[in-house]
Design a protein around this ligand. Sequence first.
Ligand code: C2E
Ligand code: CA
Ligand code: CA
Ligand code: CA
Length: 275
Amino acid sequence: FAKKSGKNKYQFFNEHGDKLARKLQLEQDFRSAIEENEFYLEYQPCVELKTGSVYCVEALVRWKHPILGIIPPNEFIPIMEETGWIVNLGTWVLNEACRQNKEWQKLGINVKVAVNVSSIQFEAENFVDVVKEALLKHEMQSDFLEIEITESVMQNVEKSTRIIHELKELGVKISIDDFGTGYSSLSLLSSLSIDHVKIDKSFIDGITSNSNIASVVKKMIEMGESLNFDLIAEGIELEEQANFLIENGCRYGQGYYFSRPVSPEEIQKLLMQMW
Ligand code: C2E
Ligand code: CA
Ligand code: CA
Ligand code: CA
């Protein structure tokens, strides 16, 4: 027995050590990863539920590490946030999404693009200038850009209100990501003239199996409607979930049921077929 627990302990430290080593390696390696072109974006369509037409595409970053392979954002973004490097990556993502969007526009594909912005990037001193510069540099129409922020930015309501205001003045759209996982209220969001609120996947997972969750989601949709923003349901995987949302008046949805995140070429094919 003692032997076994000893072995487990060793395994624990070993796993822990491996994790730490990997973290340190990533922390080291992303310093050169932008110049080495190791980041790329995939895009996931967000559709109007009733018609199935694509309303916008969300840019999702991936890191193709030369040794470790493709690393998902949930692994490297928290590390980059700790070190502040997320600001550099965020600027790259924004510019790449604008560049790609402009390319689509030139081909006659008029689709909006949504970009995720970390609260650290959002609160950095020059964020609005970075957005302005990206739009100018790529000659992109500002209302084709949507910025996704999470409720965590509401911890600093005054500052966030000011930034949101400046972004709205540029003509950029704003949405609240992962809604329901933080503490902000829909009425606060309404006073900020947020354009869209994305209901977190954890709610969508439960709508057809858990009646409490179903009624919470119904309430969110009702309130959203009366406060004048459209809701986007995230992480729809099943037809029943899509049907529930349509029946209850949710306007937009996103999820594997419609499409996984795909390459820009695939998005282009998808949208060319539709028009
Ligand atoms: P998010 O913004 O909530 O993005 C949605 C995530 O859910 C994406 O994971 C997407 O691939 C996944 N997803 C979409 N539909 C489904 C579904 O039906 N089922 C399941 N199981 N998953 C679905 P991904 O691409 O791994 O991104 C994870 C998170 O990393 C994002 O969550 C976002 O918070 C962050 N992230 C991604 N790209 C960026 C970026 O460019 N900047 C920043 N700051 N964060 C990013
Ligand atoms: Ca998002
Ligand atoms: Ca989300
Ligand atoms: Ca998320």
